[in-house]
Design a binder for this molecule. Structure first.
Ligand code: PLP
Length: 386
């Protein structure tokens, strides 16, 4: 098997696995209990919090461990809806992950602005400027990198604009960590990360708060996480997540090298499959990802054939798999329905070698050859846009 769906989820990396097994065995006590064995667990938790905060150039006091990015995003949007004055709304990009889009629609009904993106999938910052000038948003939510196209958003600039205008900025950076440097997220008020996208376990994530928003609360109950998220902490998950990010940072070179392998792969596909398009090719993209629109045949047919050959690729975002119709990202980028059904996303890990990329390119070309005789059957119907 050659796994090319790292943006959907990753296998546990070496450090994450070691930390997870060690913690399951040795750090099982409740960190809130008043005896020595618990004090050791509490210390491990505090150390993990400081370690993570250091990596993000932030403060441990503002770091909240969560049950993943969906929870963190939901809780931020709900909190903002509660805390902002009624006349203030939320502005989000039209390509946000459903874990932002859905709560935004729910909690900000009637006071939500959707910010458009260019045909390459990059947020239109001028539009945000116009929305700001109208004085409506009390908060802005724009992701660091899109979960389908993997096009990087101008979050650094957005953060600065929000800060200058006294508007809160929420950034879902789930796809950023482990692939790009742990940049200074200074201007983010709410920064979200997702463990299983960078080699950690599933069901764990984090929310880094700026000092302006230390009053944030999501789950009411016990005093855990500074009272912001009650409930006994998932110690093995948290320790494993922080170890995973350390490993990913140490293997950054491997991740950056993916860009060259990816570019060779795309050139091979463009030469071998007439009419194939690479989305976001001239926009800044994550180094490990290629998002293509095939000229013909529904993506699931390609995915199945490639799977038989031993390659796992995705039709788009994992969350969109199985859903019919265009995802908000595809709609925002003006893809036709036909195009949306012919997209494939390929994403690699830091240790994926050039030979695996070359083998995948060959598998695509073979699949193309094997599907061609079916052109008179259902395949052709897929290119008709409705
Ligand atoms: N945000 C983005 C951009 C994602 O890609 C994902 C996962 O696909 C999530 C949020 C949800 O993360 P989790 O699986 O931790 O809830």
């Amino acid at each position: 098997m050659t796994y090319f769906d790292y943006n959907s989820t990753t296998p546990l990396n070496r450090a994450a696995k070691d930390a997870l097994f060690d913690a399951v065995d040795g750090q099982w006590a409740n960190p809130s209990s008043p005896y020595k064995v618990s004090a050791r667990v509490r210390l491990a938790l505090d150390t993990a919090r400081e370690n993570l905060a250091d990596r993000l150039h932030g403060k441990g006091t503002g770091m909240v461990f969560t049950g993943g990015a969906t929870e963190a995003n939901n809780s931020v949007i709900r909190y903002l809806a509660e805390i902002l004055p009624q006349e203030k709304g939320l502005a989000i990009s039209a390509i946000e992950h459903p874990s932002v889009m859905e709560p935004a629609n729910h909690f900000f009904k009637g006071r939500l602005d959707l910010l458009p993106v260019s045909p390459e999938g990059v947020l239109d910052v001028d539009h945000l400027g116009a929305v700001m000038a109208a004085g409506r948003p009390g908060a802005v939510s724009v992701m660091a990198a899109n979960n389908e196209t993997r096009v990087i958003q101008p979050w650094g600039r957005l953060g600065r604009i929000c800060r200058e205008n006294g508007v809160a900025y929420h950034c879902d950076a789930s796809q950023w960590f482990g692939k790009c440097p742990n940049y200074r997220f200074d201007n983010c008020d709410f920064l979200v990360g997702c463990s299983h996208k960078f080699g950690g376990p599933k069901g764990v994530g984090f929310l880094a708060l700026s000092e302006n928003w230390y009053g944030f609360r999501s789950v009411f109950g016990g005093p855990q996480e500074g009272g912001r998220r009650g409930g006994t902490e998932n110690i093995p998950g948290i320790l494993s997540m922080v170890a995973a990010l350390g490993w990913a940072d140490r293997h950054r070179e491997g991740m950056l090298a993916q860009k060259d392998h990816r570019d060779v792969f795309e050139d091979r596909l463009i030469r071998g499959i007439p009419g194939l398009k690479c989305v976001g090719k001239s926009a800044p993209r994550l180094p490990n990802t290629s998002f293509v629109i095939l000229p013909i045949y529904e993506n699931l047919r390609w995915v199945t054939k490639l799977d038989v050959k031993g390659f796992q690729v995705s039709t788009g975002s994992a969350c969109a798999t199985g859903k019919t119709g265009r995802s908000p990202t595809m709609r925002a980028m003006d893809f036709t329905r036909g195009e949306s059904r012919r997209t494939i996303r390929v994403s690699s890990g830091p240790q994926t070698g050039p030979e695996s990329w070359a083998d995948l390119a060959e598998a695509f070309l073979e699949t193309w050859q094997s599907l061609k005789p079916d052109a008179s059957c259902d395949g052709l119907t897929e290119v008709i846009s409705v």
